[in-house]
Write a protein that binds this ligand. Structure first.
Ligand SMILES: CC(C)(COP(=O)(O)OP(=O)(O)OC[C@H]1O[C@@H](n2cnc3c(N)ncnc32)[C@H](O)[C@@H]1OP(=O)(O)O)[C@@H](O)C(=O)NCCC(=O)NCCS
Length: 290
């Protein structure tokens, strides 16, 4: 019989076993499981079958209690296709309602049809998409823009300007596949792992980006997100981040950016698109108000 229950320390071996079978072993769950157990805002749950956890998900309460962030939905390959992800997703939505939070959200790749279908089943809607691009060896990219300078700023310095500039769709920032409201708290949270840059013209903020180095199996990856009011601003930030990635010895870049700039990006001669990546490759934010 399947039983959904909170996860505990003794489930760790089962969780690691599921992670070994997810994304060819490159799953991030082993790095987060202990943190979830200690975090009073995290609600990790799993499906127990025959004394073992065979599926899991985590609900994390963020944005000062407003948002239930849904993450880490996994089903062991031997148990897929039996409705476990559907049951867990429905369970997590009820959990979010009971806390209660005002809305539930998660991001996924637009190519993850199961994930999109599950969102639909629990009444979540696509709020916006951001294009994404991944590429190896940034040190081989010699292309640079000689545009307007970028200024590095702190979370506290940039918050109000960012809201006034009306630059971020829905005032929701995407950082590391997660969504953060543009508030002092949200920006400070991002700022604990990432750095911020802006461009201003005539005293007005016209473009913004954030970036951080992430440890991935192939080395360090420079991961960044760009928001710009025009193409020049977008290219200036892109160039700047490639320079950082290159000089800091990162072996790959991962960039998220507004879909308006997909054509601009794909027209750059150094951009390599693999066969799985076309103009549709993007992440999407799913949301439901409760
Ligand atoms: C994604 C995952 C969690 C699904 O687990 P699962 O237990 O096999 O899912 P379910 O059996 O509950 O089925 C999910 C639903 O998606 C549907 N589905 C599956 N593939 C689909 C596709 N290509 N297009 C549309 N719907 C699809 C199924 O038909 C089912 O819907 P239904 O019950 O209405 O028919 C599992 O494959 C997994 O762990 N994958 C690796 C990690 C991952 O991608 N996690 C999610 C994003 S973080």
């Amino acid at each position: 019989m399947n039983d959904i229950r909170p996860l505990r320390e003794s489930d760790k071996d089962d969780i690691l076993e599921i992670a070994r079978h997810t994304w060819e072993g490159h799953d991030y769950i082993p790095y987060y499981f202990d943190t979830w157990l200690k975090d009073k805002n995290s609600y990790p749950v799993g499906v127990e079958y025959d004394g073992h956890i065979i599926a899991l998900a985590n609900l994390r309460v963020i944005d000062d209690g407003k948002t239930g962030w849904m993450e880490a939905l996994r089903v062991h390959p031997n148990h897929r296709g039996k409705g476990l992800a559907t049951s867990l997703t429905q369970y997590v939505v009820q959990l979010a309602k009971s806390i209660p939070v005002k809305c539930i959200r998660y991001t996924t790749s637009v190519g993850n049809e199961t994930s999109l279908h599950l969102a639909e089943v629990v009444g979540m809607k696509r709020k916006f998409d951001l294009a994404v691009h991944w590429q190896e060896n940034p040190s081989e990219i010699s292309w640079r823009m000689r545009g307007f300078p970028l200024l590095e700023v702190s979370a506290d310095e940039v918050c109000q300007d960012l809201i006034d500039a009306n630059l971020i769709p829905f005032n929701i920032l995407i950082h590391d596949w997660k969504a953060f409201d543009v508030t002092p708290k949200g920006l400070n949270k991002i700022g604990s792992t990432a750095r911020f840059w802006v461009q201003t013209r005539a005293g007005k903020l016209t473009s913004f980006s954030l970036g951080f180095a992430r440890d991935v199996s192939s080395g360090m990856q420079w991961s960044f997100t760009i928001y710009a009011s025009d193409r020049t601003g977008f290219l200036d930030h892109l160039s700047y981040h490639i320079d950082i990635a290159s000089k800091s010895g990162c072996t790959s870049i991962f960039v998220a950016f507004e879909t308006d700039y997909v054509e601009t990006m794909h027209n750059l001669d150094w951009v390599q698109l693999d066969e799985n990546e076309d103009e549709e490759w993007a992440l999407t934010l799913l949301e439901r108000m409760l």
